[in-house]
Ligand binder design. Structure first.
Ligand code: PFF
Length: 442
């Protein structure tokens, strides 16, 4: 495919992939799941999950993407022409667009909450009213849709600008900033009086909580967090240069994502406990509990609490954007390469589709919940399982090795290859199938 864009260098690859990975999943789900499932004990199995199961899936998607330099459907067509594997390609065009639709609703909420923090609405005089603000806001259909439109519009603008000038540039600037912001917020949060309980919630190891459900939670969370099983990492890898080391960029992405999730835990939970509120996950945590905390903190200094609130909602918004652009890019690559649309038309098409579905999600909580469950509990895991089966059982082992070792020139990778291949071929699919089926039965 002549003229196809490529990421400039390793930093660009890791920033773009980490940008996709770091998102709402790290901020509003990880800290809560950790506390619910045994603190440090859970973090330990989460790390194992990341490196033994998720990383092999990331390598699988990278191998397919970089080898073919094509979108998900084109890649399947190139590696397994005329087979039913093309359905995997199609599935992984559709699932990120569905995720984009409801994810953008939350992105829209962050736009509104950034505005609320900029206009200092989480004020100490307002403490009692703050938690109710979310219900009032989400009930106002017009405002929610306007924010959704804005968020999706920014996403489309970045994607339309292209892989290098849009996605690469945006991620390269914002990811380091996100890390600085989350560290600043974590330091502040950990120095609040009473923060110790929050730290205990995160790190106190309780091995009795490591039930089969905890393993399923770790797996599901690490797939969602690393954007796996939905073709995003495949598509981004198709823009990676042939001389890049896929093992290093994949591992760099996984480590960044993990680090950010842990930092988010330290940023959020100490503040939650310091204010004496029971921790929760999801919208309740970010859009009700935290604004309440910001307002309450204001009694000790309005300016500092306003600044922390602003930094926090900038973090949420930017983290959501670096993820949403990756979801949109999957469909744009497909429509422009396989269906002959211009980049502008492809971007506009996905934008309109996601907007339509997003509006339904914004207006009906049941649609939002259904699509979220369908994707995070089912499509993502299915896609991840099929990618590992494809690379482990359908592709030639020599081709996989060739791609992961850059034609045998990367000696360390060549030494690691038997382990990586074993994980891709046996460990990942068997573990995913067991956890997936036990989840369906349970
Ligand atoms: N990894 C993102 C997060 O943790 O919020 C979510 C995500 C991004 C899922 C991209 C799927 C995807 F294709």
């Amino acid at each position: 495919m002549g003229g196809r864009e490529r990421f400039g260098n390793r930093a660009a690859v890791i920033m773009a992939m980490a940008g996709s990975a770091i998102g709402l999943g790290n901020i509003w789900r990880f800290p809560f799941i950790v506390g619910q499932n045994g603190g440090a004990a859970f973090i330990l199995i989460y790390i194992l999950c990341c490196f033994l199961l998720s990383l092999p899936i990331l390598f699988s998607e990278s191998v397919i993407g970089r080898r073919t330099s094509r979108n998900t459907v084109g890649a399947m067509e190139a590696l397994a022409p005329g087979t039913s594997w093309k359905w995997l390609g199609l599935l992984t065009v559709i699932s990120p667009i569905i995720i984009l639709s409801y994810y953008s609703v939350v992105g829209g909420w962050s736009v509104e909450y950034l505005y609320k923090s900029l206009t200092i609405q989480f004020h100490p005089d307002n403490v009692e009213a703050v938690t109710g603000m979310f219900g009032i806001f989400t009930a106002s259909g017009f405002k929610v849709i306007a924010c959704l439109l804005l968020f999706l519009g920014i996403t489309a603008g970045i994607v339309f600008a292209g892989v290098k000038k849009g996605i690469e540039r945006f991620s390269k600037i914002t990811i380091p900033v996100l890390f600085v912001l989350i560290v600043v917020i974590a330091i502040y949060s950990m120095t609040l009086p009473g923060a110790g309980e929050g730290l205990k919630y995160l790190v106190h190891p309780d091995f009795s909580k490591l039930t089969p459900d905890a393993f399923a939670a770790a797996l599901g969370q690490s797939f969602f967090s690393l954007s796996l099983g939905v073709g995003t990492m495949l598509t981004y890898s198709s823009y990676v240069r042939k001389d890049e080391n896929l093992v290093v960029s994949g591992a760099g992405t996984a480590v960044s994502d993990l680090l950010f999730a842990i930092l988010a835990g330290f940023a959020i939970m100490p503040a939650v406990f310091a204010s004496g509120i029971a921790p929760s996950a999801g919208p309740g945590l970010v859009f009700e509990t935290l604004p309440y905390i910001f307002a309450k903190m204001g009694t000790g200094g309005v300016v500092i609490s306003a600044v922390v609130a602003i930094l926090f909602f900038i973090t949420i918004l930017v983290a959501a954007l670096t993820s949403s652009i990756s979801m949109m890019e999957v469909g744009v690559a497909y429509l422009s390469e396989e269906r002959g649309l211009s980049r502008a038309a492809a971007t506009a098409g996905i934008f309109l589709f996601a907007l339509a579905v997003g509006i339904m999600c914004a207006l009906k909580g049941s649609v939002f919940d259904f699509l979220d469950k369908l994707c995070s509990n089912f499509l993502l895991t299915l896609g991840a399982l099929l990618f590992s089966l494809f690379v482990g059982w359908k592709m030639e082992k020599e081709d996989v090795k060739d791609e992961l070792t850059n034609g045998g020139t990367l000696h360390t990778n060549a030494k690691l290859f038997p382990i990586i291949y074993f994980l891709i071929k046996y460990v990942a699919p068997v573990s995913i199938a067991v956890i997936f089926i036990s989840g369906l039965l349970g």
